[in-house]
Design a protein around this ligand. Structure first.
Ligand code: ZN
Length: 613
């Protein structure tokens, strides 16, 4: 990581902080050994451990603000227009030196269990809430973090991806968190606020896209060198990586990856090339920069390595560390249980029905893939399939009896699998295939759209998803806009870039029933396209309290004049209108059960009987 250095006075504080904490860990080890008190509860042990090893990685940086140095050209006090964030997502999508055009997260198990990274959009209550505009962009930025892990692991002959919190269709779960007006003023203030809201799970690392202009990035890391799975950075405490808007996808390396890597346990005091304050000195490297007085940098790896972790794989991240080396004997972030080793792809269930060869690829979600078809004694209709569906792939084939089709699956991470399908004796294939009879592959571009839920309650997220495809193949890395209909006009509300499978996903917070569509402006040889319209119904959220015969409550979103009715046995028995705050008050004519409060789009059944006191 290269950074502008303007002054270096405050960095000494950070250096001293790290040294003091290194001493703290030594103290902790001896206290384990000497006390060995049988009565020390796990909670007390955890509290002591946290106190001993907790370290805010960065203190104040050389420029006097909290956290990491901002990349060159970035001022952390500058507000960042949404349009700039869109341009940065375009740069991420175009950046294939790390990702080979990959833009989609890895999918691991059920997306919920075990240790995982939870991505959040965090905004203070006194700031503009841009969740709806930036959600698609944050997905792109997060996928780049996954790419950094994968490409860095591949340097040493292995693979790692992030265990994100994701849904069953492998879409990143992006939480929308509004904190108090002052909670974004510092990293400690923000982490306290999040903990108080219940975002304090030890099996989560929280990647906080904080829509503030306070700092660049900051994270907490525990100064624990032990190479065991019980390492303090490996799921014993909740950990937080905060990146403010000025530094979202801001430079030729990912600040998001930098901060998340801190929380994985990097760079620790055993590292041969450690800096003064939790970084490294052997450039080029995501985690290296001169973070204190007297820190001397070396250029050990090419500048193209700036995007990747651990130049020479000897300080904090290596899937195959050199035996006997410091990294082999201490904590290695590549062993973090918040990462996983994606399984190799496979091809199973090859069949031939006389006209079509079908196979089932087992591939990693979030990774693009293709299948090459080669016939021997078979004429295949297409040499290559790039599929959007991870479930099945097929090719038209006209085979002589005993002819074969070899399917070679190539997954985006470079791994391959092969399957040979033989045309059996029972197939009705002609002995000599007639040329030109094989179906021509479709090449029409399409843009589909759907809502994950067609109907939501006000205040919940609506997720609009879609796929940009050319023929059967998803088209990666292209810009798709989400538009919203107002009257008869369409206006853009958000932008995203397609994943390696051609998909996009937007999270929205519509206040009322809203119609959306996706729009592709054209490019990469494809014509401009609009999807069909998708309507998300938004039911108002109604809260109701009853006291005696009086039924009161609120309807949100708050709006003056919404008609609220009290209904019993299909008969309206009382009516009221909401005030400007959405509040209403109804009076039941008599005691009893079976009352229902009805507002347009929503009905609440009163469970308890109303009583005349
Ligand atoms: Zn840092």
């Amino acid at each position: 990581m290269t950074a502008t250095r303007r002054a270096a006075s405050a960095a000494v504080t950070a250096a001293a902080g790290v040294l003091a904490l290194a001493a703290g860990v030594t103290g902790l080890t001896s206290s384990f050994g000497s006390t060995a008190s049988a009565d020390s509860s796990l909670a007390a042990l955890k509290a002591r451990t946290e106190a001993a090893v907790s370290v805010n990685a960065h203190g104040l940086n050389a420029e006097g603000y909290e956290g990491d140095e901002a990349p060159e050209g970035i001022d952390v006090d500058d507000e960042v227009p949404t349009e700039t964030l869109v341009q940065r997502a375009a740069a991420v999508a175009a950046n294939d030196s790390v990702s080979s055009g990959r833009a989609g997260i890895g999918c691991s198990d059920d997306g919920r269990s075990g240790n995982r990274v939870q991505v959040m959009y965090v905004v203070a209550a006194d700031r503009p809430d841009r969740f709806s505009q930036v959600s698609g962009l944050l997905r792109s930025y997060s996928s780049e973090v996954d790419s950094v892990m994968l490409a860095s692991a591949m340097e040493n002959g292995g693979r790692r991806q992030v265990r994100w919190v994701h849904d069953t269709s492998c879409e990143l779960v992006l939480e929308h968190v509004v904190v108090g007006a002052k909670d974004d003023d510092s990293f400690p203030a923000l982490t306290s606020a999040l903990k108080a809201m219940g975002h304090n799970r030890p099996d989560r690392k929280y990647l906080l896209y904080t829509d503030a202009a306070v700092l660049c990035g900051v994270a907490n890391v525990y100064a624990d060198n032990t190479p065991l799975s019980s390492n303090a950075n490996n799921g014993r405490f909740p950990q937080y990586a905060r990146v403010d808007a000025p530094c979202w996808a801001a430079s030729d390396h990912s600040v998001e990856a930098h901060e998340l890597t801190h929380t994985l346990g990097a760079v620790l005091s055993f590292a041969p090339h450690k800096s003064a304050a939790g970084h490294c000195t052997d450039e080029s490297d995501v985690m290296c920069y001169p973070d204190g007085d007297g820190v001397r940098m070396t250029q050990s790896c090419p500048t193209t390595h700036e995007k990747l972790l651990d130049c020479n794989g000897d300080d904090y991240f290596n899937v195959n560390p050199k035996p006997g080396s410091a990294l082999a004997q201490n904590w290695n972030a590549a062993n973090s249980s918040f990462l996983y080793d994606p399984p190799a792809p496979a091809l199973v269930s090859g069949t031939y029905d006389g006209t079509t060869v079908s196979v089932k690829p087992q591939v990693l979600s979030g990774q693009g893939w293709s299948i090459s078809w080669a016939g021997s004694g078979c004429q295949v209709s297409s040499a290559r399939t790039v599929s959007t569906s991870p479930k099945a792939a097929s090719v038209g084939a006209a085979c002589r009896q005993g002819g074969t089709v070899r399917a070679t699956l190539r997954q985006e991470d470079g791994r391959t699998a092969q399957l040979v399908v033989t045309a059996g004796a029972t197939s009705a294939a002609p002995a000599t295939p007639a040329p030109g009879t094989a179906p021509a592959p479709a090449t029409t571009a399409t843009l589909s759209a759907n809502a994950r839920e067609a109907s939501i309650v006000a205040g919940k997220q609506a997720v609009v998803q879609g796929t940009l495809a050319s023929g059967q193949a998803g088209v990666p890395g292209l810009r798709v806009d989400l538009q919203r209909r107002t009257g008869s006009a369409w206006g853009r509300v958000a932008t995203a870039y397609t994943s390696s499978l051609g998909t996009v996903s937007f999270s929205q917070l519509p206040r009322a029933t809203t119609t959306y569509r996706l729009v592709f402006a054209g490019g990469s040889g494809l014509d401009a396209l609009s999807s069909s319209a998708v309507t998300v119904r938004v039911a108002p959220k109604v809260t109701v309290q009853a006291k005696g015969l009086r039924v009161s409550g609120t309807v949100s979103p708050a709006k003056r004049g919404t008609v609220v009715s009290l209904v019993k046995a299909s008969k309206r028995v009382a009516t009221s209108r909401t005030d400007a705050k959405g509040r209403f008050l109804l009076k039941a004519p008599k005691a009893g059960t079976g009352y229902t409060v009805v507002v347009p789009g929503s009905t609440v059944v009163l469970r308890n009987a109303l009583s005349a006191r």
